[in-house]
Design a protein around this ligand. Structure first.
Ligand code: SF4
Length: 236
């Protein structure tokens, strides 16, 4: 599989993100899906996928702790794009057990309990969302944080045993927002309030000028912990 990853990185390295998406649609067909947190990068990719595919498949993980603004952008996107939106929810018994055992906001108490909450609300639903697919698309950009600086355009995702395509990997935040404004892409109103990265309501805050783009995620933890288990670096 490493040969295919190297070949695609080589062949696609000079393509625009929309061209990369077009190539990925051609290569993986209905085996391709886009992971959307409904943040700025994922809205750009949804708009691009809507242009290049008649069978564009997008999934959203509704953790049960999202902001109302996030549901608004999901609703607007479902109306605007001809994409197949699949929405996944956590398993109710696991949530009930977690909340009754540890408390409704136990993720603030220690990293292990935060990761357990992410495991129940995000990682397990992600496994169901990716089941049966050959490749997934993400909005990861290198400039977002220290944990993403080594991301590649195409990677082998060891955790999910499939190809991962990051069409915006080399884009800046400015490029993302220029695209949104130029194409009038529906976006999450939280961005106008200083939220650079969108996640669950209790675990996301606005950032200050000069802060890392993911500084508002789990801000009480140290930088190396600032991933939720969805993006585990594999061999690329
Ligand atoms: S981001 Fe926070 S609320 Fe959402 S799943 Fe992770 S710990 Fe739970």
């Amino acid at each position: 599989m490493n040969d295919l990853v190297a070949k695609l990185n080589n062949e696609w390295q000079n393509l625009t993100p929309v061209e990369v998406l077009s190539q990925a649609v051609e290569l993986f067909g209905s085996g391709l899906t886009l992971a959307s947190s409904l943040g700025s990068e994922d809205q750009v990719l949804s708009h691009m996928l809507n242009k290049v595919s008649d069978i564009g498949d997008v999934f959203v993980l509704d953790t049960g702790r999202l902001n109302n603004e996030t549901y608004d952008v999901l609703s607007n996107s479902q109306k605007e794009f001809s994409l197949n939106y699949r929405i996944f929810y956590p398993e109710s018994q696991a949530i009930e057990s977690y909340v009754m055992t540890h408390g409704v906001n136990a993720f603030y108490d220690d990293v292990a309990l935060r990761k357990l909450c992410c495991e129940i609300r995000k990682v397990k639903p992600l496994q169901r969302a990716l089941s049966g697919y050959k490749a997934w698309i993400t909005g990861i950009r290198r400039a977002q944080s220290v944990t993403r600086m080594s991301a590649e355009l195409v990677e082998w995702d060891d955790a999910y045993q499939m190809i991962k395509v990051n069409p915006l990997v080399m884009w800046s935040k400015k490029q993302v927002w220029t695209y949104i404004k130029d194409h009038k892409v529906p976006y999450n109103a939280l961005h106008d309030l200083g939220f650079a990265s969108i996640g669950c309501a209790p675990c996301t805050r606005a950032i200050e000028a000069g802060e890392d783009e993911r500084a508002g995620r789990w801000w009480w933890e140290s930088p190396e912990h600032k991933e939720c288990g969805l993006h585990v670096k594999g061999s690329s």
